[in-house]
Design a protein around this ligand. Structure first.
Ligand SMILES: C[S@@+](CC[C@H](N)C(=O)[O-])C[C@H]1O[C@@H](n2cnc3c(N)ncnc32)[C@H](O)[C@@H]1O
Length: 239
């Protein structure tokens, strides 16, 4: 049936991703359209470079023999990580083959390589304590609550003791930012991003701390950098 057409993308893809984000991450036209710097910058209200620079600035403060980019992202994150003097072995995972192909093309264009693997972030096929850094760039707000919890748990599990966790995301919605107060815009964004509302009102720092405690890993919050007056943030932890 017409309203079920997203099912054609279900090929090892979680239902929430195929149903709600097929147009952004799974359809070849969507991937072609969105993966352009001006489009990404527009979606992020002109903040793309500032967010990426903040992530890379924090990434560069620690040695990272083994780095995991937990899911692909449009734009320059993968090539920038691959070119960083800090990176020795870069792993990039995503559940969508089309996204991994796109990441591979970006790496080929700069003559760099990474270990690309197709897997669900909720259940990673990596050993515990096996990465020095894990980077999660605007993934969490796109996941339903339970999937988000499993993904955070996996990110902490695969980090070595003393490992570096970096998260770029939307800030909490405290009803202060003009974009949070703009009802038509907020309604539109919550419509196209169905898990954003829950994310906006959840306590991410508390969730991360809870997973670390349950895994017996001491967690140190190193920084929470607010960008665009708190609409975005970059979180840095030592696990
Ligand atoms: C990391 S977010 C990035 C969003 C952001 N707008 C960007 O591109 O900068 C989107 C990616 O996450 C992937 N993804 C979503 N849910 C996933 C899951 N459960 N496991 C692995 N990858 C997932 C999608 O396939 C997509 O490539």
């Amino acid at each position: 049936m017409a309203f079920d057409f997203w099912r054609r993308y279900l090929d090892g893809i979680p239902e929430y991703l195929a149903r709600h984000y097929w147009w952004a991450y799974l359809s070849p036209r969507g991937v072609w359209f969105f993966d352009h710097a001006p489009i990404i910058n527009l979606i992020l209200f002109g903040q793309y470079r500032a967010i990426l620079n903040e992530v890379m600035h924090r990434y560069a403060t620690r040695e990272s023999p083994r780095t995991l980019q937990l899911t692909c992202a449009y734009g320059a994150l993968t090539p920038t990580l691959a070119l960083s003097a800090n990176t020795r072995e870069l792993h990039v995972t995503d559940v969508a083959g089309i996204q991994l192909s796109s990441a591979e093309s970006k790496l080929q264009a700069i003559s760099r390589s990474a270990k690309l693997a197709r897997m669900n972030a909720e259940s990673l096929a990596y050993a515990s304590d096996s990465f020095d850094s894990v980077i999660i760039f605007f993934l969490l707000h796109e996941l339903p609550g339970a999937a988000r919890e499993r993904t955070l748990n996996e990110a902490i599990r695969v980090l070595k003791p003393g490992g570096h966790l970096l998260i770029a995301e939307y800030g909490e919605n405290r009803g202060i930012h003009w974009l949070h107060r703009c009802t038509p815009w907020r309604g539109f964004q919550e419509k196209i991003e169905p898990f954003l509302r829950d994310f906006w009102h959840s306590n991410l720092a508390e969730q991360i701390a809870g997973h670390a405690i349950r895994q017996g890993k001491p967690l140190q919050a190193m920084a929470e950098v607010s960008l665009f007056d708190g609409f975005y943030r970059v979180l840095e932890y030592r696990v």
